[in-house]
Design a protein around this ligand. Sequence first.
Ligand code: FRU
Length: 494
Amino acid sequence: MIEAFITNQREKKEGVKWRPDYHFTAPYGWLNDPNGLIYYAGWYHLFYQYNPKHCEWASMHWGHAVSKNMVTWEDLPIALTPDEAYDDDAEGGCFSGSAIEKDGILYLFYTATQHENGKVVQTQCMASSEDGVHFKKYADNPVIKTPPEGIAEAFRDPKVFSYHDKWYMVVGASVGNPELDGDGRVLLYESEDFYHWNYKSSILESRNLLGTMFECPDFYLLGDKWILTCSPMKHPHNNKAMYCVGTMDFESGQYQVETYGNMDQGFDYYAPQSFLDRYGNRVTIGWQNGWLWMPWCDGFGPTSTENWRGALSIPRRVTLTESGQLKFYPVEELNVLREKISTLLQVQLKENQKIELPTNRMNSYMLKVMIDEREVGAKEIRFGLMSHEDKEAVITIDIAKKELIFDKNNADVYGRGTVSCAVRFVKHNLELLIAVDKSSIEIYINQGETCMTFNVYPEENQVKCWVQSPGGTGTVKMIEVIDMMNFMEVVKTM
Ligand code: FRU
């Protein structure tokens, strides 16, 4: 029974201002990519790249948590520890990978990293568990010992799936130097028996257009399309989590891309992985940060003072639109954390007057906003988040230009910048969902047509939230203010 192994390590601590309430963080130490996401034997399992010793990246373990609803998580013992000759490198360890169920057993596929003669060696390995808690590494690891010819040492992040009675795996790779001028690849492997894997083809190639290395690839069927996602290093337009929609011929190993896009246009979203929820919906979770090759990254933020570093995004349901774009939107399960909803209708804004919105929890709420372009009146609508005097993050919607601008230049001292994107008024209406959680701000435009994720580290007094129509009177059709609970408050009542 999984319940017997749950360790309740995440009591809410006083004086902690940045640890999120409804986003997943590790109980202690460093976290990066989500790994091995799966619904298995009645539980959602979440594994993650983890350093349990301190808040810096090193010696990767797989942390482990479970949930009945993808929202309220409870900790289990560490699933993978780097303790074998092939994976115990202090500058490596058990890197990212995936989970899959076969004959009732839970299997993990991960990249083992080691150094040999001064060179990095990355191999694909396997571990299994009968109870979903204790994992045994496969005696004949690695299952893939060397990359195909021409592939550099960067060869990692296996995602395994089955299709038409066969097992498949995609692996991220690079031709050349991934840190400099390499060329990203997503490689496809196949297997008849689950233990022997044959290289089939390269299904995505950068050709100097998409980045030097494709980390954490994912490949899945959505409707009648095959979706390929990956996190490129050094993408020329800073697309950190890219998706392609296309068709796949498994006979020839050819993937045909039809449309492509960016999973999240904010600064802090990387290495997402998807899984099927208990109803068969596709859901994806990303790491709310990114590596130093991202030009705006000023380090990983100050949260090590609170003994944690790294958070995961809200689980987002993936849907395909008729025009072949993907949408990513928070799963409905998140509603169990709603505490109070205040609905404001036809909000009247006087010129330059900031109206404070009634949030009752300190920087832990969501705003659902509807703007009707016919009745708005003003040129712009502006929201201030994590605000105190002139310190705040600001979202501006420019009605005429049909543009949204997120500005965090004045929000904290840890990382600056603005991001803007085009917005569409659908039948004259624009819908926004803004999720604020202690040190995280996510924006979802029109049910996830565009997503943006940011880390912001406000001071204790930066807790206000306001709306304004600069330079004229304005009307906002609806603002719903949803106070969100800390997920541990709900775990305790379950
Ligand atoms: C992506 C990544 C993966 C790797 C892991 C190491 O963020 O670089 O490619 O497996 O993190 O922690």
